[in-house]
Structure formats: C-alpha cells, structure tokens
Design a binder for this molecule. Structure first.
Ligand code: SAM
Ligand code: SF4
Length: 332
C-alpha cells in the first residue's frame, strides 16, 4: 500500500499520539471513574488483538510517534502483553515511545516483559498511600499490591510517573505527603481534576477540587518553580526544588489546554474518539472489517476533519456528565 498522508486535523494540529483503551474492564472500581455495578462490553463487541495492532500500526505509518495502552485496566486483558510485544517492535522504526497507564495491581508480574518489549516509562494511578483511603476510593483495592507493583517496575528499570485525581474529603489533605513520597522515590507526580465523564454513583461536584487550590497548598510546603517542559499534553509542570522530580497539573476544568492537542483515542470496540469531551467518533472496527486498511485510512481522515477545537467540561452540582462514556471506555 502507498505511503498515506500524515495526520493533521481541521485546526492544523498534527496528530502524533494515539491512546488505546485495550479493555474497558477493570479489577478496581474507583468511585470517580466507575459505578459500583458497571456493565462492561460483551467480548463479541471488541476488536481482536490483531485488529487493534493493525489499526495502531496504521497510525504509526501515518506519523503517530507515541502510543499509550490504557483502559480500563490494560493488564486485565489476557493478551495485552502480546500487544505490547507486537507494538514494541515498531520502537525506533516510526514509533518513539510505547507506554502504558495502569493501576499496577498486576504490574509486578509484567514489569520485566514491559522492559523487554521496549517500554521505558509508565504511569501508575495511586490516589492514596493510606490503605483505608485507597480501599475506599477503589472500593476494594489493596494498596500494598499496588506499591509492590510500583517497586517491581522501578527495580525492572521502568521510570514510573504517579497519577492522582484530587478528591475533596478523600485524598486532598494527603497530597503534600504523596508529593513527599514521590520525591523520596524519584517518581514524577501528576495531579488531575476529576472530569465529568460517565455516570457514577455520586455527584462529582461533591469531590471536585480545583488544582489552583492544591497548588497554593503545595507551595506552602515545597519550593515549586514553573518548568517549561511539555509532553505536548494537557499537563502544566513545576520543578520540585532540586529533587529532579516534576509535578504536573492537569486542570481541564480550571485551565483549558486544548490548543496544542496532538492526540486521538481508540476504544476497545474500535471507536476512534478525537476528543475526550465530545461524542464525535468513527467506527474503525467496521472500517477495517469492511474496507481493510484503506477503509481505516478513510475513516481516520473523516474523524480528523471533524475533530473539535476544545472540550467544554463543567462541574456543577446536580449536572449530568458531559457524556455517558466513562474514562475507562475512552482510555484515560
Ligand atoms: N486503570 C488504569 C489506571 O487507573 O491507571 C488506566 C485507565 S484510567 C481510566 C486512566 C486515568 O484516568 C487514571 O489516572 C484515572 O485516575 C483517571 N480517571 C478516571 N476517571 C477519571 C475522571 N472521571 N476524571 C479524571 N480522571 C479520571
Ligand atoms: Fe479502573 Fe483505572 Fe478506572 Fe480506577 S481509574 S476504576 S483503576 S480504570
């Protein structure tokens, strides 16, 4: 097949980053992410591993240089590590980076294989190091299992960045200690505002914390200097003293970051979403089954021609989520 055109959306933004939700399933039930009784997609609705890989490889052929595998929890899909190994073969041949976001419950078993496949950095979600708070936020998680996963990843040579969603009355008061721990362990930390995507069992407004407030609090305890570093993504960064550790803040509610958006998202059932905050999508499962890679190319082009300029998230008491799709489906 001839070399296809690189990916540029209708606002002139080059698309270099693909996030893939490997599965919508998860072994945890974080309160801000999912309802306790979640309905997951039937297995018959999912892309096969081969289809997922073929689509991801097509994105690489069209100029995507970074792929993140996420979910749901990517490591609960049985063949997830086969996908990692397959995509890892493209590192240095079009792909600059293959990475993963995981809750780390199964990381200890897979850290060495991730490194062998060429993964160098991963993101791990850890909203609290306190066992009771962690159990409460995740509804049944064991923080020791997650900490063991993080330690195994570090021992295997992976650079680990910690992600934490700031939650009023749950972990907000712990965030300075979490940053302290990250500094002592050499992990970068990214804090995230809770986003109104997908129905959950509580009102997100009750837990929403503006990161402007968290930053003001952290500045009381840490020497934070703005850092010019950009991942091309939504985070704004601060250097934590001379520790070498970076603090990132993702503030979709209090600071819109869409102007430099370089990413699109593939779901486990093959929908391509061009914005986390909108419903615009194309069906790449139908495209690949009906039209092969030419069909995929045409569908991707149609999606980019419609990529929204920005999300317009709002969190107000009693308001409905921006849309019904959970972060675990889109791939957070
Ligand atoms: N299960 C993996 C994990 O937790 O790292 C990967 C998928 S999870 C959806 C990816 C990230 O999205 C996590 O850092 C999680 O905290 C975040 N997340 C989930 N729901 C969110 C929401 N409604 N608002 C903001 N962040 C959310
Ligand atoms: Fe699972 Fe990640 Fe959502 Fe928590 S945030 S329920 S670990 S997908």
């Amino acid at each position: 097949m001839s070399s296809p055109a690189p990916l540029v959306d209708r606002h002139g933004r080059a698309i270099r980053y693909l996030r893939v939700s490997v599965t919508d399933r998860c072994d945890l039930r974080c309160r801000y992410c999912m309802a306790e009784k979640m309905t997951f997609l039937p297995r018959s609705a999912l892309l096969t591993l081969d289809e997922m890989a073929l689509i991801a490889e097509r994105f690489v052929a069209r100029g995507v240089t970074k792929i993140r595998l996420t979910g749901g929890e990517p490591l609960v899909r049985r063949d997830a590590m086969d996908l990692v190994a397959r995509l890892g073969r493209h590192i240095g041949a079009g792909l600059d980076e293959l990475t993963m976001t995981t809750n780390a419950t199964r990381l200890a078993d897979h850290a060495d294989a991730l490194v062998a496949a060429g993964v160098r950095r991963i993101n791990v979600s850890l909203d609290s190091r306190d066992p009771a708070t962690f159990r409460h936020v995740t509804r049944h998680g064991d923080v020791d299992q997650v900490l063991a996963g993080i330690a195994a990843a570090k021992a295997a040579g992976l650079q680990v960045k910690i992600n934490a969603v700031a939650l009023a009355g749950l972990n907000e008061h712990e965030l300075p200690d979490l940053l302290d721990w990250c500094v002592s362990e050499g992990h970068d930390l990214t804090l995230i505002e809770t986003m109104p995507v997908g129905a959950i069992d509580e009102d997100r407004a009750d837990r929403f914390v503006p990161l402007t407030r968290v930053l003001a609090d952290l500045k009381q305890r840490f020497d934070l200097e703005p850092d010019a570093h950009s991942s091309g993504g939504p985070a704004r960064y601060w250097r934590v003293g001379d520790s070498g550790v970076r603090l990132g803040l993702i503030s979709p509610l209090t600071g819109n970051f869409c102007a430099g958006c370089n990413r699109v998202r593939l779901t486990t059932e093959g929908m391509l979403y061009t914005c986390l905050g909108h419903e615009d999508s194309v069906d790449l499962k139908a495209a690949i089954r009906d039209g092969g890679l030419a069909g995929v190319d045409a569908a991707i082009d149609a999606a980019l021609a419609a990529k929204p300029l920005a999300h317009d998230f709002k969190i107000e008491r009693g308001s409905a989520p921006a849309h019904a799709r959970h972060m675990s489906v889109t791939g957070g």
